[in-house]
Every structure is written in C-alpha cells, then in structure tokens.
Design a binder for this molecule. Structure first.
Ligand code: G3H
Length: 482
C-alpha cells in the first residue's frame, strides 16, 4: 500500500527474493505469497511519505484532529468485519492459539477506540496560555514527521498497532513494514487502510530489511524510528540514518524478566503463574518470564510440581481448544533452543521434566533446566521460546545483584506473602525494572498502563496515553498583545 494505491511490485529485486511464501505451520500447507519490494521502490515510498508531510494544507499532518479521528473510526469499523479472516491467519501463520488470536484481535479493536478517546481528550484539554510577559500563546500537539514502523511477529496486531495507530492519529505519515513471519495476516486490512486514510498517510511495505528498511533510513527522511524487536536491528537502522542525532526513537526491545519465589510463597499460585508467564505462546513474548529464582528451602517441591505441570501441557494445532503449545513460526527456533539446552546440560544443568527437549521439525517441547549458572548461555540470552531456566538463591540479595548487573530492565514477578519482607523489596525492584508484578506473572496490559523498560529493554513509553505523546511534539503560535 503506497501513496494510497495497492500495488503489485515487480521491481528490481532478484527473482529468488521477489516474493515470500507463507505456510500454515501445523500441517504445513502453503497459504500464499506476497511480492517483496526492492530498493528503488522503497525510496519511492519514503518520498511519498515525505511529500505527504511537507506539502501542507489539507493533507494528513495538517488535517483537523476531528477529521483524523473520523478516518480512524472509519478504519476500525471496517477492521471489525475482517475478524474471522485475521484470526485464522494469526493461527495459521504464527501458530497463535484460537483463544489468544481472538483476544489479540479484540484487544486491538478496543485499543484503537481507546486511542481515539484519548486523542479527543488531549485535543479538548485546551492549550491557551494566559498572557505571560505580554505574550499570548496557543499551544497544540502535532506530528513530528515521517515514521518508519517495524512490528514484531509475535503480536502482529496488538503490539504493532500500539506503535502504528498513535503515530498515525497524531498526524505523522507512517511507513510500516510487517515482520517476515506472518506476512499475509494484514492483507485483509489493506483495503480498510487504503480507503480510510488520505494518500501517503499510511504506507505498508513488504521486503527484506536490507532492501527496504535500510534504504529508507539511509534517505535521511525518517523522523521517528518505531520498532519492536531486537536491539541489534534497532542500532543498525539508527546508524544508517545520516543525521541520527535528530532521530526520535520509540523502541521495545529484549527483556529477561525474572520471577523471584520467596520461601513463604503460595506454591500453587506461583506455579500456575510461572507456567503462564514462561510458556504462554511458547514463551515468545518480550514480557515472558525468562528465568526463575526459587528460594533454596522450597526448590525441591517447586521443581517437582512445576516440571509435572509443564509435562501436562498439550501440543497441537492452534485451533483446538485444549492446546497450549503450538508450532513455532521461526523455522530456526527449535534448533536454537536445542543449542541452549545442550550448552546448559554440558555445563552441569539437568532437564528435570520427562518430555523436555522432545522435538519435531517445527516444535520443541519445553525443557525445564536446573540448576542454571552464569556460565550458561540460557542465563544470559533472551530465549524467546520454550525453555525454562531455574536457579536457587539463599539470600534475596543474590537475585537483586543479578538484576542490577543485567543489561535488561523491563519487569519482575515477586511471589511471597509477608508484607514486611515484600514492601522494602518493592522499593528496590522498581529502581531496577519498570513494573513489579506481585504474585502474578509479567505482562504488558491493560494497554492503559505505561509499557517501557530500563537499560537495553526500551526507549520511550507505550500505552494508550503515553504513545500519543511519544509520537508528537508541542508547538505553539505566540502573539504580542498589541
Ligand atoms: O512480546 C511482547 C509483548 O509486549 C507481550 O505482551 O504481555 O500482553 O503478552 P503481553
């Protein structure tokens, strides 16, 4: 979708890379393919988005807020009619379970309506300063410029749209490149995007990063880089901008969220939450629990019950209701998880659940690894998949020191009952991460809550309210009282 037109690109990419095919992951069956763009086409896109920003009156960035809101309302009402198709594609292309796929769709529709309300509220709040030192000022919040938006495969609607929708509604022209896994699932929405927004406001492009995202960055015409993914890609793209100091960043990156299970924790609750935290959507969530610290006095009991619970989970196709574990969309993921398991077991860890590590071509059963130490890759790397590392601690200072040393700082889960122990811990934990979850697993929602992280985990803040600010700037008209 470029400059208001749905195009079939036949550009300069070599034939072997000119399309990407997508398969349904369980059987697997070919679903279809999408043409990839080349460098020249990418430049055309960034030029049309820049023109949409610069050409002035009547176009998206200068349109009245009420009119932009009407466009967004039109889009969301068309989007609702695509639910069945999009939910199917979420299950087929990225292996998300039926319940989670429906939840993602509905949560996204609600997110758009809430963003519209928040935008109306921001707009109506009034922005006139009373006269200050003889000057009247009328302040408004407006767009910053062209946004390059890159979304993740694991939340192609909800998390991707938590960048795209606020960027768009604030008047920025957006170039959006979906992730390479799940390339088809936005196709039912392309016509809704095309018919709801004026030319150039939203461009949706397909292609390899180096053939599409790189030339767009190198053009120097991007004002905001909005990306949810890994820091390596974010840094590489940022470095390609000829004027990177003026680039605004909105980034959601890696995390290694720990759970700390204190001696007096309710074990049933802790196990239930840690199962959901580590393994919902096979651990492919930036907010997933990626390492468990269990107090040594309860470790034996916790490990035994946790491992049995993991083995009771059912692997199968995403549209069967009893299924929790589903095929992995990244073909290289089972091999990567195997490498982590091998590395840990060769350095002294054991797989403590019977089914751990059993695999097929597109799946690997979650392995619970114990005990983990700092020499192992799984201690440091964000596994983003079905493997659960566990280690014990004697003194609470041990996990706190590890968190302080970590490159990441998104969230933590803390399980325990004694408020006299927990209260002072919270004060320390909130200075290490951005959200402390008491007796519950980590998560991003509800979408009104600020979503961010410290250190290498994030730049900028997302949420219904915060994102409108992240994607805008306050400008004003000043006049002397004469
Ligand atoms: O992958 C990262 C997402 O922000 C996770 O969102 O906690 O709602 O599953 P969630």
């Amino acid at each position: 979708l470029v400059n208001g037109e749905l195009k079939k690109w036949t550009g300069q990419t070599t034939p072997v890379f000119s399309t990407i095919s997508s398969t349904e992951k369980y059987t697997p069956t070919l679903l279809g393919s999408i043409p990839f763009m080349g460098e020249a086409e990418a430049i055309e896109v960034v030029e049309s988005a820049t023109a949409a920003y610069n050409k002035g009156q009547g176009l998206w960035p200068t349109m009245k807020v009420v009119d932009r809101i009407k466009c967004m309302e039109n889009f969301v009402s068309q989007m609702k009619t695509t639910r069945t198709e999009v939910v199917k594609l979420l299950m087929w292309e990225i292996g998300k379970s039926l319940g989670d796929s429906e939840k993602e769709f509905d949560r996204t529709v609600e997110y758009i309506y809430d963003t519209i309300e928040s935008c109306k509220e921001l707009n109506s709040r009034g922005s006139n300063f009373s006269k200050v030192q003889g000057i009247n000022a009328m302040v408004r919040r407006g767009p910053l410029g062209v946004v390059l938006c890159l979304g993740p495969y694991n939340y192609p609607l909800n998390e991707t749209f938590s960048l795209l929708i606020p960027a768009l509604i604030m008047g920025n022209p957006v170039i959006f490149k979906p992730a390479k896994h799940g390339v088809l699932l936005l196709s039912p929405l392309l016509e809704a995007f095309r018919s709801s927004f004026p030319k150039g406001a939203i461009n949706i492009v397909y292609g390899r990063g180096r053939e599409v995202a790189s030339p767009i960055m190198k053009s120097g015409k991007v004002d905001i880089l909005a990306l949810i993914g890994n820091s390596k890609s974010a840094i590489a793209l940022q470095d390609q901008h000829p004027n990177k100091n003026r680039l605004r960043l909105v980034l959601g990156l890696e995390a290694k969220n720990p759970a700390i299970i204190l001696p007096d924790a309710d074990l049933d609750l802790a196990i239930q939450e840690c199962i959901a935290g580590t393994l919902s959507f096979n651990g492919q969530r930036c907010t997933a629990l990626k390492i468990l610290y269990v107090h040594e006095s309860i470790a034996e009991e916790f490990n035994k019950r946790f491992a049995a619970k993991v083995d009771s989970l059912i692997f199968g196709n995403p549209w069967e209701k009893s299924v929790t574990l589903t095929p992995l969309p990244e073909p290289e993921k089972p091999h990567y998880i195997q490498e982590l398991i091998h590395d840990a077991t060769s350095k002294g860890a054991k797989i403590i659940n019977e089914k751990g590590g059993l695999h097929t071509e597109n799946y690997i059963f979650p392995a619970v690894l114990f005990p983990i130490n700092k020499k192992m890759r799984v201690y440091h790397e964000e596994q983003f998949g079905p493997v659960v590392p566990i280690l014990t601690f004697k003194d609470i200072q041990e996990p706190l020191d590890d968190m302080a040393e970590s490159n990441y700082g998104q969230q933590v889960s803390l399980f325990g009952k004694d408020i006299k122990t927990i209260a002072p811990l919270i004060d320390t934990l909130v200075n290490l991460v951005c959200r402390v979850n008491l007796n519950s697993s980590c998560q991003r929602g509800p979408d009104v809550f600020p979503f961010t992280g410290r250190k290498d985990s994030a730049v900028g803040t997302l949420s219904i309210h915060d994102a409108l600010r992240s994607f805008s700037i306050r400008t004003f008209v000043a006049s002397k009282d004469n």
